[in-house]
Design a protein around this ligand. Structure first.
Ligand SMILES: CC(C)(COP(=O)(O)OP(=O)(O)OC[C@H]1O[C@@H](n2cnc3c(N)ncnc32)[C@H](O)[C@@H]1OP(=O)(O)O)[C@@H](O)C(=O)NCCC(=O)NCCS
Length: 176
């Protein structure tokens, strides 16, 4: 096959989505660093996440590079809820439905082990892309979306951090 055609196919194939692995922590840290306004946590925090929450977090990989991720966990006293901590899509990969694909893939991956009826996340008031991503996800799954304040700006101390609103999406049907 012509080399140019092979090159073109490699450029065009969509990123592959998979559960995180223990050694994804550093790459995940670097992706989050490239995705403001997300709070960047330590490399150790991402390593721990990839170790302890490997069944509830996914990455999108293209040509060996992590270009998207959803990190999430099951809150200990809410086993029917998947709490999405951070969603990130590398700037060059945005606007191609990758954020939604990551969320859908994660839900399907978690479902065989857990009865996930709710998805929760927090979003700051000025993050329009994230608001659109999650409300659109709720609509697609024919689910409700209730928005309340989880952490007020003052809860973050003097950091100047905005409030974080809780988005509670569901109930999700088993077939979704
Ligand atoms: C938010 C983010 C993950 C979206 O990723 P994406 O792959 O571009 O999103 P998608 O292509 O799947 O789009 C999902 C929906 O959001 C909408 N959307 C995406 N970017 C948008 C923007 N900048 N402004 C308004 N809407 C936007 C899309 O139109 C789509 O809506 P629709 O389903 O009603 O058509 C990405 O912009 C990002 O990483 N931002 C920086 C980090 C961040 O803020 N993360 C979320 C907080 S946890």
């Amino acid at each position: 096959m012509n080399e140019k055609i092979i090159e073109k196919q490699s450029e065009n194939h969509p990123p592959a989505i998979r559960l995180v692995r223990k050694n994804d922590g550093a790459a995940l840290h670097d992706l989050i660093a490239a995705c403001p306004p997300l709070d960047l946590n330590s490399r150790y925090a991402y390593l721990l996440l990839c170790h302890h929450h490997a069944q509830t977090s996914v990455v999108a990989e293209q040509d060996g590079i992590i270009v998207g991720a959803v990190t999430a966990y099951l809150p200990p006293d809410q086993p029917d809820t998947l709490f999405v901590w951070q969603v990130a899509v590398a700037p060059a990969s945005r606007g191609q439905r990758l954020g939604k694909r990551l969320l859908d893939h994660l839900l399907q991956a978690v479902r065989p082990r857990h009865l996930t009826r709710w998805i929760e996340t927090t979003i700051s008031p000025d993050n329009a892309p994230s608001h659109q991503l999650f409300t659109s996800f709720a609509l697609q799954h024919d689910a409700g979306c209730v928005i309340t304040t989880l952490f007020a700006a003052g809860d973050f101390g003097e950091s100047g951090h905005e409030e974080e609103r809780l988005y509670k999406i569901g109930p999700l049907d088993r077939k979704d």
